[in-house]
Every structure is written in structure tokens, then in C-alpha cells.
Design a protein around this ligand. Sequence first.
Ligand code: KIV
Length: 302
Amino acid sequence: MKKEPGKPRVVTTKTVTTMKQTGEKITMLTAYDFLVAKYLDQVGIDIILVGDSLGNVVHGYATTLPVTVDDMIYHAKAVKRAVRNALIVVDMPFMSFQSSTDDAIRNAGRIMKEVGVGAVKLEGGSYIAEIVKHLVKIGIPVMGHLGLTPQAINKFGTYEVRAQTKEEGDELLHDAKVLAEAGVFAIVLEKIPSDLAKRVTKAVRVPTIGIGAGPHCDGQVLVVYDMLGLTEEFKPRFVRRYAELAETMRTPFRGYISDVRTGRFPTGKESYWPWPGQRGPASGKKTGATPPGFGPVARHSI
Ligand code: KIV
């Protein structure tokens, strides 16, 4: 179904396939929590990826390797509660699928069953084709991921552009064809030369979604904290910063610290100091507010 302007559309793996056929660009961003997912969904993002990049940007690990299936499920559940329309895809973390098809089925099954998302994403080439086939056969849609695959960082030793030689490019193209044949519904292409991404995009019937792979892919993905400028030291050329939230956050944090230290916060207006039935000099109104320690105050009470 083509997107009608202003109307939300429930995105499925089938929608994504159709988008490639009709030439409609696919938009994907990561989210790891309820509020970011809610805002992405509100503005009509097609796919929300609960990426294992959460290991880096949320948990502060140096690589994605320590991330567990339980971590992914915890974050994906928060995302799922917020989303009405976008397709949610969850990364299978390192060693949750590589060891055996049984492990892959058990862990992907847990993600699908416990969270209720639309698909999982697996990093890797032809060597995971059998696993992909099994998952797809039992009804678990799979997104592939080629090029820079951060779970293999210890094999490569760097985060440099991948597949820069003709042989490596041909191998990646072959991997993409094998994955498509095995049944993936889309393939992420990370940090590869733009002309190679173009070749892959032309060669496979499934959509390609690029990150640092140039403009010829069928869609684009970025890590949301990168495009918001929260990961300010991370500046690869493929990240376009749509905001500078690190400084946007530090400024109010400094303001708060200064206001508390100098006694400018809170004011009478920002306090519930009058007891129920009493008139508060700050507002002159009855507040009826419960004094601290006299019952729960709901998060949304004002
Ligand atoms: O984990 C992640 O966020 C990803 C994207 C970079 C594609 O895999």
C-alpha cells in the first residue's frame, strides 16, 4: 500500500517489499526506549530497529558483543509499547544465533513471542543462509546485514569501509544474493562503497537499506543518537547530524545545577507547600495537594 500524505500506514515486511517495487524510499532509525519510539512512530518512520548498537550508546560498552538476548527483549518491549504503525525489527545479538539453528530458533522465537515484533535482524553472509531459511520457514521474518558487521569487529580489527577491493565486493554481492535466496525480506548494507551498494541494490529483489552505503540503496538507516548529536565524538562522514542534543542537554543541566545551588529553584509556584484546605500564599488557591509522605502522587499529577 502506497503511503497517502498525512495518513499513517501500518508497515509490514510486505509493505517494505512493495516500497522497493514502487521506488518509494524506506526510512529506518534505531530506538531503544518508549519515548524515542513514540516520537519516531508519530512522525511516520517506516521501520524502527532495536539495534544492538544499544550496547554502545545506551549501555556504554566498547563493542556490541556483550549485549544479550535479555537486553534486546527488555529494550524491545519498551519500544513495542509505543509503536502503532512502524515495523519493529530487533537485532539478534552476538552468539544468539551463530552457534546452531536450534539456538537461532529458540532466541528469535523468544524475541517474537515475548515482545511481539515484526522481524529480527542477523549479521552475516552466506554462512548464515541455512539459519535464515529455517527462521523464515517457521514464520520469523529476517533482515540481513552485510558490510561492516560490528559483531565481527574482532575478526577485522577496525571499523573502516568494507569491501573496497573487487574480490571483496564480488563476495559481498554473492552473499547478498544468497541471503535473498534464503528468504531475507531486506538487507542492511553498512559502510561499503556507494557503487557496490548500487550493484547489490540492482541485483537483489529485496530492498537494501544503507548506512554509510551511499544514495542508491532502497532506504537509509542511522543510529538515532548519532543523528541527534548525542554521540558527539562519533563523526563518520555518513552521519548527518539533524540536531546537537549533547549541548542542548548540557545547557539545561547547567541551568538546573545553578538554580538549585543558588536557591532559584524551586519557587513557591513550583512547590506544594500548602496543606489541603489551606490557602497557599504563592498561588492564593486551594491546591488540595497531598503533603509529602501522605500517599502516592501519580507521575502525571500537576
Ligand atoms: O545495531 C544497529 O543499530 C545497527 C544499525 C547500525 C544498522 O545494526
